[in-house]
Design a protein around this ligand. Structure first.
Ligand code: NOJ
Length: 559
């Protein structure tokens, strides 16, 4: 496999609205991010993925863009952006922009024109259909509840929106749309940005004729399978690659809802004709049930191991993997898989950071930030939760109490509470009134306390990142092959990494119980410790693992 800087990187995702507020309006902003570059450099990451900062009416917190070449008022100005980019580079940090081009905002000038008349030159920039028997053109449901179609009075037709009705889907089959998007991307690349994270990029090509989706039990609408990994998605990405991406030394990661391994090998194949890597979602669905995400069900470790391992094995030598637990759409992993203790945060981090692929850290994950007890729906801000609440609690399908438990376990707002900088009011995030509640545990979990504490989750992440990026083991951690041991064990996650004659052994006790473990490979006595959260635990054939123990050694296998 070819060596590349983005394979050797560690990415830190910033959700600007919740990161750091510099002007006291209760909303994070670009100057807030600038003020924290030292903190990020100290952590050791070398890439920031910036969730959308473009002009937006904020129906979906910036994932509804009304001008791709301007900055959201809440976040600052283009000058602030330019300064951020320059200063980040001075700190040795690259900036990857979020590229949201499956849809725009309904307030984007293209859509305003498109909806104005059937003959408008931009009409075909979006997906318009006549009513079917006086109703929606097909049965598709939106990801944010309700139909995926919105009737528009002006022309008496429906437009497609896979997300909120303020996020109309672009028509990628129209070459003019592709020209516009590629021009805009070129404009940003020429500015000097370092890559794109591509929002739901697997959804840009819809199956011709827009056939109905499957209606799953309990659902009123058809699914969106006919919008995902569609017939031309690879053609469009190859075209994008040829016309834009291949001209710059940038990194790309596609958010690919519904992606299978087979598809991922095409999107992220090592021959670099489309994208560098994809985000897959299979592991994130392993704690869903018949209510979809709205459940308190937890992961079953063997399932999680099986899934992550499948991706490691199948992409080996063919396509590059991305590794993440958290992002702005997911609850906090330390609550979801761990028990909210620092030990569990470190253990879970070790599992991920020692695997093969590019790791992503989501803001606050490096502090062990947890899910939030929102208590009532009024404390939530996310359009997905609010729509689902109306749908599920409003119609009497579930009680408020029961639904809110699921929200506190799986809702996206768990990731969006303000970054916890210190123990002062509002966690040092803002001097104003925060746009969303601060997690009350900020007095205990915050950056100020952790940066100075050697034993903190923050400093453990720092060590993990440092051994991946700057140690004698960097090569094996980035490029070594992965091999799972004991797949069925319900408590421990153990694997090897191998490169040339070197072998690493990773042992994580994913449990709040002490666990007796017999290492299933034979190794010589002398082993070098790379990292551990408890250095009193010595590696031996039979080993007593404290709760949430994590350790990584270089071993010599007995052949
Ligand atoms: C995926 C993004 O990560 C999510 O936050 C957003 O709501 C949808 N795409 C729609 O853009």
């Amino acid at each position: 496999m070819e060596k590349k800087w983005w394979k050797e990187s560690v990415v830190y995702q910033i959700y600007p609205r919740s990161f750091c507020d510099s002007n006291g309006d209760g909303i994070g902003d670009l100057n807030g991010i600038r003020s924290k570059l030292d903190y990020l450099q100290n952590l050791g990451i070398n890439v920031i993925w910036l969730s959308p900062v473009y002009k937006s009416p904020n129906d979906d917190n910036g994932y509804d863009i009304s001008d791709y070449r301007d900055i959201m008022d809440d976040f600052g100005t283009m000058d602030d952006f330019d300064a951020l980019l320059k200063e980040a580079h001075e700190h040795g940090i690259k900036i990857v922009m979020d590229l949201v081009v499956n849809h725009t905002s309904d307030e984007h000038k293209w859509f305003i024109e498109s909806r104005s008349s059937k003959n408008n030159s931009k009409r075909d920039y979006y997906i318009w259909r006549e009513p079917r028997n006086g109703k929606e053109p097909n049965n598709w449901g939106s990801c944010f509840s309700g139909s995926a179609w919105q009737f528009d009075e002006t022309t008496g037709m429906y437009y497609l929106h896979c997300f909120s009705k303020k996020q109309p889907d672009l028509n990628w089959d129209n070459p003019k749309v592709r020209d516009e998007v590629f021009d805009m991307m070129t404009w940003w690349c020429d500015k000097g940005i370092d890559g794109f994270r591509m929002d739901v990029i697997s959804m840009i090509s819809k199956v011709e004729g827009l056939p109905d989706g499957k209606v799953w039990p309990g659902s009123k609408y058809g699914d969106l399978a006919n919008t995902t990994n569609g017939p031309h998605v690879h053609d469009y990405l190859k075209e994008m690659n040829k016309r834009v991406l291949s001209k710059y030394d940038i990194m790309t990661v596609g958010e690919c809802a519904g992606v299978t391994i087979g598809e991922a090998k095409k999107y992220a194949s090592d021959d670099q004709t489309e994208l560098n890597m994809v985000f897959q979602f299979e592991h994130m669905g392993l704690d869903y049930d018949e209510n979809g995400k709205w459940t308190t069900k937890r992961f079953y470790l063997p399932d999680l191991k099986e899934n992550l391992t499948k991706w490691e094995y199948e992409l080996e030598g063919k396509a590059w993997n991305s590794l993440y637990w958290d992002n702005h759409d997911q609850p906090r992993i330390v609550s979801r898989l761990g028990d909210e203790t620092p030990q569990s945060a470190k253990c879970i981090a070790t599992i991920l950071h020692m695997m093969k692929g590019t790791p992503y850290v989501y803001q606050g994950e490096e502090l062990g930030m947890t899910n939030c007890r929102f208590g009532k729906i009024d404390n939530c801000r996310d359009i997905e939760v609010i729509n689902a609440y109306k749908d599920i609690v409003g119609s009497g399908k579930r009680t408020e109490d029961d639904f809110m438990k699921a929200v506190e376990a799986k809702g996206r707002d768990n990731a969006r509470t303000p970054m916890q900088w210190d123990s002062s009011e509002n966690a040092g995030f803002t001097t104003g009134k925060p746009w969303i509640m601060v997690n009350p545990n900020y007095e205990k979990i915050n950056a100020k306390a952790e940066v100075d504490d050697e034993d903190s989750v923050y400093n453990y992440y720092k060590r993990l990142i440092n051994i991946r990026r700057n140690s004698d083991w960097s090569d094996i951690i980035v490029y070594g092959e992965y091999e799972l041991l004991d797949p069925k064990d319900e408590n421990v996650f153990v694997y090897l990494r191998k490169l040339n004659n070197k072998t690493l052994l990773v042992i994580c006790n994913v449990s709040s119980k002490e666990t007796e473990y017999r290492v299933p490979v034979d190794f010589k006595d002398e082993a070098a410790l790379l990292i551990s959260d408890n250095e009193n635990v010595k590696l031996q054939k039979d080993i007593k693992l404290p709760p949430w123990f994590a350790g990584v050694w270089e071993i010599n296998l007995n052949k």
